[in-house]
Design a protein around this ligand. Structure first.
Ligand SMILES: [Mg+2]
Length: 227
């Protein structure tokens, strides 16, 4: 029988980087476009990096041009790496990596994140979680987060994996919306960027205070989907 596919978000779900991502984006926008405090007031949590670029540009009265992305991304990645070189920046959230490893015994696991792929790896490397994920889907794979579940199914197929139910594990109402858009089961943790109340109102299938305290319920859900 096809295994479930469990897709983990990164920021607020696996790790917190104490503003490193936002600071690095701000530095890149300032350096390359002269836009100060570029992400201020921009909806960042749960958004893909490409959507953030569009929204930042709009804030400064510009249309984001795709040809600007590569240079912005390169600057951002250097700025992010510099910040993550400080170990105090990275907080690995409770229950990890134990819960990822336990899920991987009964399911395929992957990343599903709005980060650009190389930014995702920088954050996971800083948290020493990279080796738990062989693959993922990123901002490059779907401009809008709601396209990431179909992208994950597609990539699983490319990798020769036969997957059944898909589970999205995230920390924001955007993760719940993304799961619904892709016909996936939505699991949320209260360790990230949405309030407990807003998460509840988004009606996820399972809401956990964190992946440690909620590990039994989470792993039971995954095991049930595989039966
Ligand atoms: Mg997140």
């Amino acid at each position: 029988m096809a295994k479930p596919l469990v897709c983990f978000d990164i920021d607020g779900t696996l790790v917190r980087t104490r503003g490193a991502g936002r600071e690095a984006l701000d530095e890149a926008f300032q350096a390359l476009h002269g836009w100060p405090s570029a992400t201020e007031g921009v909806h960042v949590a749960g958004a893909t990096d490409d959507v953030i670029c569009r929204d930042v540009a709009a804030r400064f009265g510009h249309a984001w041009r795709a040809e600007h992305t590569a240079a912005l991304r390169d600057w951002y990645l250097l700025a992010l790496a510099a910040r993550l070189a400080d170990p105090a920046r990275t907080e690995v959230l409770p229950g990890l990596p134990r819960v990822i490893a336990a899920a991987a015994e009964v399911a395929e696991v992957c990343l599903l994140t709005g980060n650009w792929a190389r930014g995702a790896r920088l954050k996971l490397d800083a948290a020493d979680l990279s080796r738990h994920f062989n693959w993922g889907v990123y901002s490059e794979d779907a401009f809008d987060r709601d396209g990431l579940v179909p992208a994950a199914r597609h990539r699983a197929g490319e990798r020769g994996l036969e997957v059944g139910a898909v589970v999205v594990v995230g920390d924001t109402v955007s993760d719940v919306r993304c799961a619904r858009a892709g016909g996936a089961v939505a699991v949320v943790v209260e360790t990230g960027f949405s309030t407990v109340e807003s998460l509840r109102e988004s009606r996820p299938d399972l809401q956990l205070s964190n992946l440690d305290a909620g590990s039994a319920a989470f792993l039971e859900l995954v095991a049930t989907l595989g039966r």
